[in-house]
Design a protein around this ligand. Sequence first.
Ligand code: SF4
Length: 326
Amino acid sequence: MGRMNDLTNTPKSAPKGERPARQRKPDWIRVRAPVSKGYNETRKLMRDLNLNTVCEEAACPNIGECWTKKHATVMILGDVCTRACAFCNVKTGMPKAVDPMEAENTAIAAAKMGLKHIVITSVDRDDLPDGGASQFVKVIEALRRNTPGTTIEILTPDFRGKMRAAVEAICEAGPDVYNHNLETVPRLYPMIRPGARYYASLRLLEEVKAHNPLIFTKSGVMLGLGEQRLEVHQVMDDMRCAEVDFITMGQYLQPTPKHAKVEEFVPPKGFDAYGSIARAKGFLQVASSPLTRSSYHAGDDFAVMKAAREEKLRVENQRRRDRLDV
Ligand code: SF4
């Protein structure tokens, strides 16, 4: 799942009996408390429809802003994950049975929120024979039936051991954007994403394009986990080799003292520099800022990415015509 993490960034070692002092976050990380009419309405809608969101489960710092605008990322397949990644706040354990109403309720939520673009993600479900792929398909189909004008972005797990069949089924259902996050550089995988393999995740992204090159692909990394600049550049190159269209880069925040600690707060200028490099490497769309998360401003970014692809095709066609004229 595409992980996001929160603001409760607390160091591990506090004297016995004392509340651990909060690690001071730089000013550029601070966000407003989530209090607004729109926030409360989004919250109630999710509760009424028995839907989980990654916004809440991962304690996303942008929840105040997004929910006020009625943008929420629905997390399907329950709220318990079968993996235990070192950066992720979602509960780990043995998940419950899949809610049979989840697909229809997701579509109802999209209609009620009037979403032009929806992002659907899930927990990892290594316990299910298809890893949960058929539930993604059901949700996409329910959205197409109920809100045909809504563009659909999915952010899936790696479907370890069953990736090919899962990706094929999901691509056949026809999402507009397929996101799968690499999360970090390969060197840090054993510590940060021990249940996953970097090259398996890259292969998943390649597989989506092999199956349907028209589906936009998207992937993201968290910065501040101890990665080196050149390692991030290498991840960008790997993504471009897999023809990933859109890269997201955001600051990792430690959800609880039990999670991996923040090694560095990358300043906004650092994110700008990474963003410029990514643009130079040919991504159609780049989002790089401390508070960037996979689904942050996803609808607006989708529109920009679509326009960028159309412009790229127009230029390529023009060049082809020019060559024929010579
Ligand atoms: S950035 Fe994504 S996960 Fe965070 S609140 Fe916004 S929609 Fe939810």
